[in-house]
Design a protein around this ligand. Structure first.
Ligand SMILES: Nc1ncnc2c1ncn2[C@@H]1O[C@H](COP(=O)(O)OP(=O)(O)OP(=O)(O)O)[C@@H](O)[C@H]1O
Length: 330
């Protein structure tokens, strides 16, 4: 079966007379298989929205190829659009309309059976508030309405940019149940999110983008497994020595993220190297442990966006990696 979504070598450069050229996508690749919930992750400004907008024909790329549901886009968009539900920008709703009126209007416009309105209101948990004005809705309720609007036509592929934005913990959990339920019914779901713990719980597979390039992809378990053992946490006999020890390790070629009472050290071949390198400079390790790997630590590591004490990271300060081969960027 062909992939539901396939992007190869996508290029996009924004040009403006005032700011010049800015490369948003730099040979980006992405594959989403049928029936998956797929997480699309990347730091601010890494190219997620540009990718999704390009896929939906809202932006013209400078190069690369894209297919949706096995057909080349943008050429085949008129044929596949009916089978793709997407919320890529915060949708604007008429504030004086109720959710039910809003969805009825959209159902009429899209030639969708009115019965679907009741079904999707139930699905996203808005049934009991469906007659109230959208203008009185909370952010999370508007988000649910947006998802309902994308579900109206029972798409095969649902693309959501930050669906959990503005949702409370209960709402996030409900959204998770909804996504899993949709996937179980055969729908493929692609969601971009910054809530990495949530992505780890909800998604079967992920693509991580950094500065317009794919830096990791694959089943979540594989991405985590490939990253296990990539780093160690280091405590010293004297916590006062942490910043000096960090400088020693950085100078020796390690990547170091200081935390309150420890250093997180990566880019080292063996943990013993850390102990030896520090001891040679008179710093003694009191505790050395493998980094507990979760999607957040993988993301921070790969995109190099972990906070550094005393520095305000700028939005374009993320990793530049070569295009990924066999699951990982080099
Ligand atoms: N219309 C535009 N004109 C010029 N540059 C743009 C335009 N839209 C996006 N960019 C730039 O392209 C890069 C990628 O932006 P994009 O919105 O795709 O990132 P993103 O990953 O969706 O970020 P976020 O997580 O903050 O939403 C950024 O540097 C951004 O400033």
């Amino acid at each position: 079966m062909p992939a539901v979504l396939e992007i190869s070598g996508l290029e996009k450069t924004y040009r403006s007379r005032r700011r010049g050229a800015r490369k948003a996508l730099d040979g980006f690749d992405m594959v989403v298989e049928s029936g998956e919930v797929h997480g699309f992750l990347g730091p601010n400004g890494s190219g997620k929205t540009t990718t999704l907008r390009t896929l939906l024909g809202l932006i013209t790329p400078n190069g690369g190829t894209m297919t949706l549901l096995g057909q080349r886009v943008p050429a085949a968009l008129p044929h596949v659009a009916r089978r793709v539900g997407a919320i890529v920008e915060s949708p604007q709703f008429f504030p004086n309309f109720s959710a039910r009126d809003t969805l009825s209007l959209l159902a009429d416009a899209g030639g969708v059976n009115k019965q679907r309105v009741t079904e999707v209101l139930e699905q996203v948990g808005l049934r009991d508030r469906a007659k109230e004005r959208v203008g009185t809705y909370s952010l999370g309720m508007k988000q649910r309405l947006a998802v309902a609007s994308a579900l109206l036509k029972q798409p095969d592929l649902l693309i959501l940019d930050e669906p959990a934005n503005g949702l409370d913990p209960g709402g996030i959990r409900e959204m998770r149940t909804l996504m899993r339920g949709l996937a179980a019914s055969g729908m493929t779901v692609v969601l971009s999110s910054h809530i990495l713990g949530e992505v780890q719980l909800i998604c079967d597979s992920v693509t991580i983008i950094s500065r317009g390039r794919r830096v990791a992809y694959g089943p979540v378990a594989d991405v985590l497994a490939q990253h296990a053992g990539a780093g160690v946490t280091v405590k010293l006999e004297s916590a006062d020595d942490l910043s000096a020890a960090a400088e020693v390790l950085i100078a020796a070629g390690a990547r170091v993220t200081p935390e309150a009472d420890r250093l997180v050290v990566s880019n080292v071949e063996k943990p013993a190297w850390v102990t030896r390198t520090l001891a040679e400079k008179g710093y003694f390790v009191s505790e050395l442990a493998p980094v507990k790997v979760d999607l957040e630590s993988v993301f921070l590591e790969l995109t190099q966006t972990a906070p550094v004490a005393g520095q305000a990271r700028q939005v374009d300060d993320s990793a530049v990696a070569a295009p990924a081969q066999g699951g990982w960027g080099v």
